[in-house]
Design a binder for this molecule. Structure first.
Ligand code: PLP
Length: 490
């Protein structure tokens, strides 16, 4: 009877041929990372290639080797670019060969990430969280969770803060029950958009998300913050959430965290720090003065896929009040209870600390790369980038017709090409063209922003492959392109 039924599996019929294809992939990918510098910093996906991604979902098998050939030909040559030494757009990490390997290993184990599944994966994750807490200066009874990235980390941290400070049982009643004041949240105008998303999702609403102006260094104006809180109290609102920045996206600015912690104490606010990349400066001797006070935050959100170069995506949130953390997310259906023994007797319950239930084995990446390279290497790499940013700042400062557009407190340099005699609008146009030419020429990939209305070429160095000569190239090409484009424009 059993012999006559055809039963399927995704395992290969021929394991040796699978082994061969996988070995080949290892060779391809090792060369790919080794030779990354010889390729353009970035290139667009050609339209004939893009067209191939419109074909319908295949019903019948194409086979592994043929599918891999499609990948090598159509996908692999066109990455985002952040693995390249001259990619400095947004805030991006580089990843690493160790990280690449850890993805492979983790996918092979395919752990489920519940924490209460009794598996080495759960224990590794608990250990990694302990490491992260101590690196960031949080006590060991701090609660923490690995999440998809800074956006999710901010959402988790703000959820806990809202639930604790809104003044009613929001899990039971929902937001804004009759008879209670509206909750208000505070952050500088330079704060990342993920905070706005989180506050909207949490039912605070954009109107009650108070955007506080910044000073000339792009740090929150503390006086204006205090005034806004006091006037909100006078109007019957309930100030509840204060978000401090440790490294803003535009310029890498740090709000004065100690001052914010004082204000949070005075007004009984939940004080959460968005330290997506900037908080990692804590690992170095180059931490800006304003980062002091991080150890007074109720919560910290930061990324592992940016300045710690873990493969996308990986972030973490640390929350000092473990009870408040658990009380925000814990739901215990009968089918998900932790047991004293057996498969459900693992060391933690991560689903009680966040939104996701099943999660990939992100912890293995961190574990393997910290063990392989030592945390000391990551400290030095972060320092190296900070020093490179200072180097670029100095190069821009000494180069005729280049102009710095903001201070460089950390690893982000903002500048433009400014030949004499152009008005602001013409400068914006010209620098937009320079940036496009840098990118499409495959020379380098900074991104852009606007600072007080000025178009800025924005160079964020969170890249362990960048060398100073790459920054020299950037300066040289900016000037050459600037001269050429200014000439053809006239
Ligand atoms: C990148 C970033 C975020 C969002 O993090 P994701 O990992 O992209 O979700 C939030 N805040 C700051 C300051 C960032 O740089």
């Amino acid at each position: 009877m059993t012999g006559s039924v055809e039963e399927l599996t995704l395992d290969p019929e021929d394991w040796e041929s699978f082994r061969k294809s996988t070995h080949d992939a290892v060779d391809v990918m090792t060369d790919y990372l080794r030779d990354v510098r010889s390729r353009p910093a970035w290139q667009p996906v050609p339209s004939d290639v893009a067209g191939k991604f419109e074909s319908a979902c295949p019903e019948s098998p194409q086979g592994l080797d043929s599918s891999l050939a499609d990948f090598y030909r159509d996908v692999l040559p066109f990455p985002s670019g952040n693995i390249h030494p001259r990619f400095w757009s947004w805030v991006c990490g580089t990843g690493s060969p160790t990280g690449m390997l850890s993805e492979f290993l983790a996918a092979g184990m395919n752990s489920i990430g519940l924490g209460f599944d009794e598996s080495a994966s759960s224990h590794v994750e608990v250990q990694v969280l302990e490491w992260l807490k101590s690196l960031m200066g949080f006590e060991s009874d701090t609660s923490g969770l690995l999440v998809s990235g800074g956006s999710m980390a901010n959402l988790v941290a703000l959820t806990v803060g809202r639930n604790l400070k809104c003044g009613y049982d929001v899990r039971r009643l929902g937001m804004n029950p009759h008879g209670f004041p509206r909750v208000a949240a505070y952050a500088s105008t330079e704060t990342h958009s993920s905070v706005q998303k989180a506050l909207e999702l949490l039912g605070v609403g954009e109107t009650f998300y108070r955007r506080i102006p910044v000073n000339g260094d792009y740090e929150i104006d503390v006086r204006a913050l205090r005034d806004q809180i006091e006037s909100d109290i006078a109007e019957g609102l309930r100030p509840a959430l204060l978000i401090g920045n440790a490294g803003t996206v535009n310029t890498g600015a740090f709000d004065p965290l100690n001052v914010l912690a004082d204000i949070a104490e005075e007004f009984d606010l939940w004080f959460t720090v968005d330290g997506a990349f900037g908080s990692l400066a804590r690992l170095t001797n180059r931490a800006p003065e304003n980062l002091k006070g991080l150890n007074r935050a109720d919560a910290l959100a930061f990324d592992l896929h940016k300045w710690l170069h873990q493969p996308y995506n990986a972030g973490a949130v640390l929350i000092r009040n473990g009870d408040a953390h658990r009380n925000s997310f814990s739901v215990a259906p009968a089918y998900l209870t932790r047991d004293r023994s057996g498969v459900a007797s693992g060391p933690a319950d991560f689903s009680a600390l966040g939104i996701q239930l099943s999660r990939s084995f992100v912890a293995l990446r961190v574990w393997l790369s910290f063990k392989t390279h030592g945390v000391g290497q990551f400290r030095k790499l972060i320092e190296q980038n900070i020093e490179q940013a200072r180097y670029l700042e100095a190069r821009v400062g000494e180069t005729p017709h280049l102009e710095l557009l903001a201070p460089t407190p950390l690893n982000i340099v903002n500048y433009r090409y400014n030949p004499d005699g152009l008005d602001e609008e013409a400068l914006n146009q010209l620098n937009g063209k320079i940036l496009t030419a840098l990118q499409t020429g495959g020379i380098a990939a900074p991104s852009s922003t606007r600072l007080v209305g000025r178009f800025s070429i924005r160079v964020c160095i969170a890249n362990h492959r960048t060398r100073r000569h790459d920054l020299d190239e950037l300066v040289k090409h900016t000037v050459e392109l600037g001269e050429e484009l200014a000439r053809t424009d006239r």
